[in-house]
Design a protein around this ligand. Structure first.
Ligand code: DGI
Ligand code: FE
Ligand code: FE
Length: 287
């Protein structure tokens, strides 16, 4: 332990016990002096224990300084091994996002009914499980999953007004089925109401209901997580849930097919994006 800390050893709990159990190794970054050695010896005598003093090269790196630099947002390059820096940065990022997620959850609770809020949390869980299999930013996945239905409890007229406000061009099908706008409007809400300025998150929310061609893996994960989340209980969901972890692409196609069947059975208009999504899945699957 450091010399300074050793001199304050009296404040420890059961110091005598500790001295009995272990021999202290005292190091110091300052130059050693006769005075220092004397003080170490005095402590040892006091507690009837032993300590050895170890000369260490005087490296101008202190953990206090490193912590200070991190808090000030300054670089700590060369003060620590790169791997340790990477680890600290990753942990700092995760902590930041966790704080962010906590705030999102509070706000979301006010915007959604209980069932929808629980669904959002379930989609988050499913998205993490799916995301682990891909090289995606899991922290961002969490945010997108949590927010994907943030506009879901808006009434049709509210969705249309918000779509107008955000400059979303409402197509023919969205005019008759305004609920389809909960994706696009949700994407804008996540940006302007929740302050999440991220393209992946934005697009994943925007297209989570219909899908689209050329979807990114990030978007696909949110789409599928929404479909297989634990609160879903329609026919065939178990099979898709299983498939999602065996053959991701096929599970996407199965979800899309299932949605289309649902829409067709109810004689509802199919959104062109849904069709483009399906065709694209078929092509890339080579089927
Ligand atoms: O918001 P969720 O219920 O969690 O899930 P979602 O955003 O995927 O919405 C599912 C609903 O969207 C479901 O009732 C089917 C409908 N849907 C999906 N694609 C289309 C569609 N409805 C129409 N009319 N046309 C589509 O292309
Ligand atoms: Fe939705
Ligand atoms: Fe959903």
């Amino acid at each position: 332990m450091g010399y300074d800390a050793f001199l304050e050893i009296d404040s420890w709990k059961n110091v005598k016990e500790v001295f009995k159990m272990a021999q202290f190794v005292v190091v110091n970054r300052n130059v050693e002096s006769r005075e220092m050695l004397k003080l170490i010896e005095e402590k040892c005598n006091k507690f009837d224990g032993e300590a050895i003093y170890l000369k260490v090269p005087n490296i101008e790196i202190s953990s206090t300084e490193i912590r200070k630099r991190i808090n000030e947002g300054k670089s700590i390059k060369y003060l620590l091994p790169d791997k340790v820096i990477d680890y600290i940065q990753k942990m700092t990022y995760i902590e930041e996002i966790d704080n962010m997620i906590h705030k999102i959850e509070q706000k979301l609770k006010e915007m959604l009914d209980e069932k929808r809020y629980i669904h959002s949390k379930n989609v988050l869980k499913a998205a993490i499980e799916l995301g682990k299999n891909f090289n995606v930013d899991l922290e961002k996945i969490k945010i997108a999953a949590l927010l994907h239905d943030c506009a879901k409890n808006l009434r049709d007229d509210e969705l249309l007004i918000k779509a107008y406000k955000y400059g979303i061009i409402v197509d023919e099908i969205q005019k008759i089925q305004p609920f389809l706008l909960h994706g696009p409007v949700g994407a804008y809400l996540s940006k302007f109401e929740f302050g999440i300025d991220d393209e992946d998150v934005f697009n994943a929310i925007y297209y989570h209901t219909t899908g689209r061609k050329d979807m990114t893996t990030f978007e696909e994960i949110i789409y599928l997580a929404d479909f297989i989340s634990i609160d879903r209980n329609f026919e065939g969901v178990e099979e898709i849930r299983k498939k999602a972890f065996e053959n991701f692409e096929e599970a996407l196609l199965m979800s899309c097919n299932s949605t289309l069947t649902y829409v067709i059975n109810r004689n509802l208009p199919i959104h062109p994006l849904t069709i483009e999504f399906r065709n694209w899945l078929l092509m890339k699957g080579g089927k």
